[in-house]
Design a protein around this ligand. Structure first.
Ligand code: COA
Length: 327
């Protein structure tokens, strides 16, 4: 029998070091006023040198498992742009450290859309019977690939992780995932990129860091997230008025608000946490979901529309109803 993936648990984890805009003013040619007004970011968390993406993923994953009331899953998917190593994937390490035995474990690389790609993969594994319960984590140490001296990127990004547990269930129960839409356009790969050799260049070579063509990306993000969100609404049979919460990738507060206007959803229904954590790339949607859940923003049965856009270029959207999960 085909099973629908149902949200059963959620958690997030932030590294300990808080960096405020005022601290950045001290070492970059920028101001708190510019960062707030152009991006919406007030502060972000940064992983210390001895902390890896897997450490953040384990923190978020453990909380999601605890919240689900069952410490066992048979599948672990980690969405990340910043794996611990180029090889092997980060997910097997995370699964082992969480005591998940020989669970299937792999990474998904779709930059800021990574979590939605991973969620869709897990939903497919559950629907086909390959998996019964899956842990889906978005985890990033983006500070490792951003040039700390580049004011155009280092003020925006932060580190963090968010995770959800999915189980098999019925399409009409609270927590059920609705339709998923995913897309990509590799013609735009240079718009958001870390060109070779990367930040871990061999000794003597000049390292290269994350770059983004901000203005082009801004408008493409609004357009693509708007299109795929509308597509999901159509497939779900929902009207914009049915959407209680829009949870979009937290790339920039101005993008989030513009997107709500574009789709025709009141801006106050848009969930935002970019002020407190910055753009955490693949971690941003589960982190925003968990923080909003902790504040009591969602009621059981509320309808959520999720959408993201990122490097690749990649984009995606999905819909779900909010389950009754303990806070
Ligand atoms: N502090 C002060 N000034 C800064 C600055 C900073 N941190 N960063 C850039 N500037 C300057 C620029 O040099 C430029 O100066 P100029 O006009 O003298 O050339 C000016 O501010 C405007 O720069 P611009 O890049 O046009 O700003 P913007 O309003 O487009 O904002 C982004 C830049 C990156 C915040 C914005 O374009 C953005 O969020 N883009 C999309 C990000 C996204 O969606 N990513 C998705 C994948 S994560």
């Amino acid at each position: 029998m085909t099973r629908t993936a149902v949200l059963a648990g959620i958690g997030s984890w932030l590294p300990p070091q808080l960096v405020t805009n005022e601290q950045l003013e001290g070492r970059l040619d920028t101001t708190d006023a510019w960062i707030r007004s152009r991006t919406g970011v007030h502060r972000r968390y940064i992983a210390p040198d001895d902390m890896e993406t897997s450490d953040l993923a384990v923190g978020a994953g453990a909380r999601a498992l605890k919240s689900s009331g069952d410490a066992h899953v048979d599948t672990v998917i980690v969405a990340t742009t910043t794996p611990d190593r180029p090889c092997p994937g980060t997910a097997p390490t995370v699964a082992a450290r969480l005591g998940l035995g020989h669970a299937a474990a792999y990474d998904v690389s779709a930059v800021c859309t990574g979590f939605l790609y991973a969620l869709a993969s897990a939903a497919g594994l559950i629907a086909s019977g390959v998996s019964r319960r899956a842990l889906v984590i978005g985890a990033e140490t983006f500070s490792r690939i951003v040039d700390p001296d580049d004011r155009t990127t280092s003020v925006i990004f932060g580190d963090g992780a968010g995770a959800v547990v999915l189980r098999g269930g019925d399409p009409d129960e609270p927590g059920a995932l609705g339709p998923c839409v995913l897309g990509s356009d590799g013609e735009g790969r240079d718009l958001i990129t870390v060109a070779p050799p990367g930040p871990r260049a061999a000794a003597g070579a000049e390292p290269s860091y994350f770059t983004m063509q901000g203005k082009r990306v801004f408008w493409l993000a609004v357009q693509r997230m708007g299109e795929c969100a509308q597509d999901v609404l159509g497939q779900a049979g929902w009207d914009t008025a049915d959407v209680d919460h829009l949870v979009s990738h937290q790339a920039n507060q101005r993008i989030t608000l513009r997107l709500a206007d574009e789709i025709g959803i009141p801006q106050e229904r848009s969930v935002t946490n970019i002020a407190d954590v910055g753009n955490t790339a693949g971690a941003s949607i589960p982190l925003a979901l968990d923080q909003a859940h902790a504040k009591g923003t969602f009621k059981t049965g509320d309808r959520l529309l999720l959408t993201a856009f990122g490097g690749g270029l990649t984009w995606g959207a999905t819909a779900l109803t909010w389950p009754d999960i303990a806070r």
